[in-house]
Design a protein around this ligand. Structure first.
Ligand code: FAD
Ligand code: ZN
Length: 475
């Protein structure tokens, strides 16, 4: 592997894209090297912005031949450092941002074909223009790209109704590590003719191939939407409420997000104009119900759920959004959760999942464990309760030294992950492994899992040039 790239090799790579699309100046490269959480600082000899699949293939052919490491990059919103190169590793960034076309939409067949660099918001808008829904949705939707979503098997807030990215992909076009183009861009609802190869690349975080285009599954757009904000006394009450909402709304339950009381306090403190829709409580739930008919039908279902929950003592107080603006206000509270934690000093993150029924017990034990081990720390769990996926973030004690707290990141992780293990959960539920959790994976995955993963990696990327040391370490 080339740790540093010789100038003539940098030139050979640069010549594979048209002038102006090979960036060597630090000022031009900067936005590809800055990471959202400020956990990593990138360094690269070259950022390449190919125009199409043919140029991506040429880059990978040369990389394969010269054993040069490649870091594919989408919208650079990843939270585990996978898309950030270096430092000192001679890794070339290949940005997919110019492959941003919607190639085709087939509303009757409920599918669309888009290029990897299309921002998620653009994909959603194109589906909407054809009176269809592409349901994947995350707070980073304006910046993240569909290729990045597929590479990370992104989740978000609509997973409980529509599944994560993996469930929304019909086919893929992938440039392999040796530069060959695998055309798996099929739009079939059923295809059991052998191994489902596309699934290998979904969630592989750029370690097995570079996604250049995808055939996506579309849905009919719900005609009605209602959102409720609910104050609950405990996570156990929230679980009862979830069961009630699923029973009443079925697949129409399109959101069920849990937020701790303290997480909400942070939001109210730091989000301009934020207002709590209910009385204060230890926990809050945001429920979204969709209807194929009308807002009135969605609201009737929601009101039914909330009335039942109040009568059963599951909910203390509840508010139903009275306008689309209010629906957006509710979601702004939820989507602001990560941002507001930055205002409260250092925050140690955990992206975990446990079986849904175990969530209340997990939350109780994990909160007790971190406050016992780190007196004064402030756990602010929130997330996708409907999927059993919680962002178990822990803010530093008030007034404590930020760096001193962050220096104990792994110690804190060990405390939380021990509770996750007890419930047979996952320590990388939706954000992936990247560089951040490579060691963690080595210590938490069974040896046979790791062996099979290493064999897949060796088979698809024999020179180890694609995102080296992400997910699994080079041997
Ligand atoms: P990048 O960050 O550019 O890359 C991510 C990884 O994918 C890297 O390893 C990269 O090498 C690889 N990659 C990117 N494009 C390709 C490609 N075309 N081919 C092969 N590999 C590629 N994630 C969730 O799952 N759910 C959430 O709810 C969620 N909320 C978020 C909220 C905020 C505010 C932020 C900042 C992030 C959030 N994320 C969430 C994380 C992130 O947005 C997702 O992981 C997203 O899918 C990454 O897409 P991206 O285009 O930014 O990829
Ligand atoms: Zn999330």
């Amino acid at each position: 592997m080339n740790a540093q790239l010789a100038p003539d090799l940098v030139r050979r790579f640069a010549d594979l894209v048209s002038p102006g699309h090979a960036l060597v100046e630090p000022a031009d490269q900067a936005r590809y090297l800055i990471e959202w959480r400020d956990l990593y600082r990138g360094e690269t000899p070259l950022v390449l912005k190919p125009a199409d699949t043919v140029e991506v293939a040429a880059i990978l052919r040369l990389a394969h031949e010269t054993k040069t490491a490649i870091v594919p990059q989408g919208g650079n919103t990843g939270l585990v450092g996978g898309q950030i190169p270096g430092p000192g590793r001679g890794e070339i960034v290949v940005s997919l941002e110019r492959l941003d076309r919607v190639r085709s939409i087939d509303p009757l067949g409920n599918s669309m074909v888009v290029e990897a660099g299309a921002p998620l918001a653009t994909v959603q808008a194109a589906a909407e223009a054809a009176d269809r829904l592409f349901p994947l949705t995350l707070a980073s939707l304006g910046s993240c790209q569909i290729g990045g979503n597929i590479a990370t098997n992104a989740g978000g807030t609509a997973v409980l109704a529509y599944g994560n990215a993996r469930n929304l992909v019909l086919g893929l076009e992938v440039v392999l590590a040796d530069g060959r183009v695998w055309n798996g861009l099929r739009r079939l609802g059923k295809d059991n003719a052998g191994y489902d190869l596309k699934q290998l690349f979904i969630g592989s975080e750029g370690t097995l191939g570079v996604v250049t285009a995808a055939a996506l599954k579309l849905y009919h757009r719900p005609r009605g939407l209602a959102a409720g904000f609910v104050a609950v006394a405990s996570a156990a009450a929230a679980l009862d409420l979830l069961a009630r909402a699923q029973g009443a709304a079925g697949f129409g339950l399109t959101g069920f997000e849990l937020m701790s009381g303290l997480a909400m306090e942070f939001a109210l403190r730091h989000l301009p104009g934020a207002r709590l829709p209910t009385a204060t409580a230890p926990w809050y739930v945001l429920i979204e119900v969709s209807s194929s008919r009308s807002d009135a039908e969605a609201e009737a279902t929601l009101v039914d759920i909330l009335d039942g929950a109040m009568a059963a003592g599951e909910a203390g107080d509840a508010a139903v959004a009275q306008s689309l603006a209010q629906v957006q206000d509710f979601w702004r509270l939820r989507h602001g959760m990560s941002e507001v934690q930055k205002q409260e000093g250092g925050s140690i993150k955990h992206d975990v999942s446990v079986p849904i029924g175990d969530l209340p017990a997990f939350l109780g034990e994990a909160m007790a464990a971190v406050t016992a081990a780190f007196p004064g720390c402030r756990p602010v769990p929130f997330g996708h309760m409907g999927d059993g996926n919680i962002h178990f973030n822990v803010s530093q004690p008030e007034g404590a030294d930020r760096q001193g707290f962050l220096d104990r990141w792994e110690e804190m992780n060990a405390v939380v992950h021990a509770v996750v293990a007890k419930y047979d959960g996952s320590v990388a539920a939706e954000h992936g492994v990247g560089r951040l959790k490579v060691d963690l994976l080595e210590t938490t995955k069974p040896a046979l899992d790791l062996e099979l993963m290493a064999r897949l990696k060796a088979a698809l990327d024999p020179e180890g040039i694609l995102n080296p040391d992400r997910i699994i370490r080079r041997t």
